[in-house]
Design a protein around this ligand. Sequence first.
Ligand code: ZN
Length: 330
Amino acid sequence: MTTGRWTDHDQEHYERPRRHTRPRTKERPTYDDAVDGTVVTVDRGRFTLVVGDVPVTAMKARPLGRKGVVVGDRVRVVGDTSGAEGSLARIVEVTERTTVLRRTADDDDPVERVIVANASQLVVVTALADPEPRTGLIDRALVAAYDAGMDPLLCLTKADLADPETLLSTYRSLGVPWVVTQRGSDLTGLRDRLRGRTSVLVGHSGVGKSTLVNALVPDADREIGHVNVVTGRGRHTSTSVFMLRLPGGDGWIVDTPGIRSFGLAHVEPGQLIGAFPDLDALTGECSRGCLHGSGEPECGLDAAVAAGGADPDRVESFRRLLAARSETAW
Ligand code: ZN
């Protein structure tokens, strides 16, 4: 699902006419020779793209102005796209994004940052023990996913240490799909869920996210190393967001090593229910401005639960997510 509300602020800025711009000539460049690329990592203003199978270093062309370019962006590039050492291509166009995963630096800081564009799934990696799962963190990641128009997936690790049932019972009524893994286990279930799409993996340190990434893309280190060689910028920083193609070319994963918090100040509380069409359909009689949280006077969700027309667990879970939006950041 995509709607106009995911408009990139940067893009708005870009489209605003500049004050001192010269009159446009008829010979605006059309970039007929541009080729398609995908941004896989960003490092200090330099972008690593893959063009076909080739890693290419690029910078933004001047006409893009202050428009943001992020991991996952599909772009058009001109110039030297050979990928040869020292070569530099120019990004001349960013294709309209299908989804935008955002975070606010923290809940008090309204500056929102786009983490990844065009991903369709958010994989919330959580250990079942060591460290103990914290539903508040999972809830906040789910809110970010729903706000971005992405499908959530719970990936529960260390199943050898604890039974997943307790945690799963909390999320069953929301209908969040899940996979369970443990060290050395077969990852077929997870691979099936990742196939043919772009998935962002988020999770706290110690939950086994890096182990999963290495298992899913055994050449990850080499690939990232290769990227380093191409950018000529020294070692890949461990905090950068980067995108890796799954073996066989059937889908992508995005690792987010530096993302330790999910500030949600950018999320409009009134919009969250849009991710739950069945509940949204029950709110037609709500007063204007009803956020459908617990304690709202005469919310249609309460009426539906009282009349047996809504699953009370599902309504309660939705309201827990709504409240998680304004809880302390991770
Ligand atoms: Zn309501």
